[in-house]
Unconditional design. Structure first.
Length: 209
């Protein structure tokens, strides 16, 4: 059955902590639209298989078209800001995510649906509020991975994957949070498989931003 849109089993909604992207040796650049909010930002909504592998770049004939998401631009700027250098308005980050990941869920979500689903999920979850409600604050302090996972599980009913990176001084820190979502792009599920990047020290830093 050649050329039908590729299937997938679930999505990871991946959110990044800007403080942890920016305080590494590589540093970061704020978007042309200004410093992002002190909040998690969307990295992507990634189709995945239950065995941990994933499809990518599924439809070269479907480029990112800003005109298809024109009603979402201000939400994207706020909730899906780019921190890569040089500074940009976000469109190249959104384009990268659409081309690499979004085109692999086109059987379910068109371009507008893909970005709208990610934005709606982020709005529904409010990760920073969940963590702060459990006393886990972006204050440069150290927190146990198990307390972070438990706080999210208590709030959304499913255990997240946590990805760490290291700051300039070599400290392991909270970088990305992976939440599993069903193939419709709207319902949170238990993760069929944890991301392979889920390998933090037992205690990690939550830096300021
Ligand atoms: P890294 O090598 O930095 O962990 O990942 C690079 C990129 O590969 C990610 O930004 C993402 O596009 C893709 N990627 C890494 N791990 C996963 C995964 O578990 N599932 C999916 N769908 N994509 C992933
Ligand atoms: P993935 O890791 O999803 O394949 O790729 C992320 C790509 O988007 C990288 O090439 C990176 O340079 C670019 N990018 C632009 N803005 C951001 C950002 O804020 N965070 C991350 N992780 N990547 C970004
Ligand atoms: P991409 O090739 O895919 O630029 O990025 C490769 C990896 O480096 C990704 O895991 C992304 O998160 C990270 N990365 C890319 N650009 C930057 C940057 O400007 N600053 C930081 N801290 N990390 C970056």
């Amino acid at each position: 059955f050649c050329c039908l849109a590729q299937d997938f089993d679930f999505f990871y909604l991946v959110q990044q902590w800007p403080g942890s992207y920016c305080d590494t040796q590589r540093s970061c650049c704020y978007p042309t639209t200004g410093k992002p909010d002190t909040d998690f930002g969307i990295h992507g909504l990634w189709p995945n298989y239950n065995d941990g592998s994933y499809p990518s770049n599924c439809d070269p004939s479907s480029p990112f078209k800003q005109s298809m998401v024109s009603d979402l631009i201000s939400s994207l700027q706020r909730s899906w800001p780019t921190l890569a250098c040089p500074s940009g308005d976000g469109s190249s980050f959104w384009s990268h995510e659409w081309v690499k990941h979004g085109t692999c869920s086109e059987s379910v979500l068109d371009q507008h649906g893909y970005f709208k689903s990610a934005l709606d999920l982020k709005a529904k979850i409010n990760l920073l509020q969940i963590l702060m409600g459990a006393g886990i604050n972006p204050d440069g302090g150290s927190y146990s991975i198990s307390s972070i996972k438990q706080a999210v599980k208590n709030a959304i009913g499913s255990t997240p994957g946590i990805e760490c990176n290291v700051d300039e001084d070599g400290n392991s820190q909270l970088y990305q949070v992976y939440i599993c979502v069903d193939t419709s792009g709207s319902n949170i599920i238990e993760c069929p498989v944890m991301p392979s990047t889920d390998k933090c020290d037992s205690s990690i830093e939550f830096p300021t931003f």
